[in-house]
Design a protein around this ligand. Structure first.
Ligand SMILES: [Zn+2]
Length: 222
């Protein structure tokens, strides 16, 4: 399968709309990577108009914080929290997350109390949709066509086992660094109008699965 990247010297359209690209957008957002990874790995950039480059900056930071916090047992996720979130992150964001944390009455293996907080799914969803659009562009060199909807769902949902097996059978690929972001991509069997894009951050169990389907064919989640 061909792979496309942002090429400053060529006229390219934005990965999310039909405007000419002004800049490159990192997929996944570069805030998911520590400085040392960013200096040693090639991150994917796709062409973006200024609007789509700027429109999710705050949401990117939010998604980075909640996903890294949810994956803290992964060393690179912890490194990222130490480098980018605890000292330099938006203090307002950290404070608002702390305020929402609720003890769940369970201790982890080190005897520390575990907490949970509710995730703002719409903010996370905007970032996930952007990453999906970026992967689609990377694979096809064009944005997701009109008439298609992105239907994200997570592993928490009970996915039909044949769909789950189909997802697992797709080759695992990565962007930037395999410990930070892995994904699977493929056309859905028996449905050439649907594409499967599955992703995992920090190799954690935190996996978001998505299908891109035509409007008539919403993915069936039991
Ligand atoms: Zn755009």
């Amino acid at each position: 399968m061909y792979r496309y990247i942002y090429d400053r010297s060529r006229k390219q359209l934005c990965f999310m709309c039909d405007q000419p690209a002004d800049t490159g957008e990192h997929i996944p957002p570069k805030g998911f990577f520590t400085t040392s990874i960013r200096s040693n790995c090639q991150l994917l950039t796709v062409p973006a108009c200024n609007y789509h480059n700027e429109s999710t900056k705050k949401d990117d930071e939010y998604a980075r914080t909640v996903i890294a916090a949810g994956s803290y047992e992964n060393k690179l996720a912890w490194d990222l929290l130490e480098e980018r979130v605890f000292p330099g992150g938006s203090s307002g964001l950290i404070t608002s997350l702390y305020e929402k944390m609720v003890p769940i009455g369970i201790l982890d293996s080190g005897g520390e109390e575990l907490y949970k907080f509710d995730i703002e799914r719409s903010r996370l969803g905007r970032v996930i949709e952007k990453i999906i659009a970026g992967i689609y562009w990377h694979k096809n060199g064009s944005r997701i066509p009109d008439g298609y909807t992105i239907a994200p769902y997570s592993r928490d949902h009970k996915i039909k086992s044949n769909l789950w097996n189909e997802i697992l059978s797709l080759p695992t690929q990565y962007l930037g660094h395999p410990d930070v972001f892995q994904f699977k991509y493929g056309e859905k069997a028996n449905d050439k109008n649907a594409v499967i894009i599955a992703m995992a951050f920090f190799k954690a169990s935190y996996i978001i699965l998505s299908c891109i389907c035509s409007k008539n064919e919403t993915p069936k989640v039991e």
